[in-house]
Design a protein around this ligand. Sequence first.
Ligand code: TYC
Length: 101
Amino acid sequence: MSDTKTGTRTKTRLKVDRPRLHKVILLNDDYTPREFVVMVLKAEFHMSESQAHRVMITAHQKGSCVVAVFPRDVAETKATRATEAGKAKGYPLQFTTEPEE
Ligand code: TYC
C-alpha cells in the first residue's frame, strides 16, 4: 500500500493467496510397456518401486492417475520431461498437468 503520506492506507487484500498447486497426471495408453512407465515414475518423481507400480496400475485400470502435486512450473517441467522420456523410446506415454481445486 502506498498511501502512507495521506494516511488513507487502503486494505486491498486480507490475505495473501498461496500459489495454486498443479497435479501431474499420468495417462494410460495401449503401447507403453508397464516396466517403462514404472522406470519413468521412479526416475522423474523419485518414487519407490512399489509406489511407482501402484500409480502405473491405477492409470492402466482407470485411464489416468495423479502422480504428485507441485508449483505450476515444476509440474509442467516434470510432465514434459517424463513425456519426452517416452517419446525418445517411441512410446506414446503422456503426462499432463492441471490446477488443483
Ligand atoms: N497400458 C499399458 C500396457 O498394457 C501400460 C501402461 C500403464 C501405459 C499406465 C501407460 O500410464 C500408463 N502395456
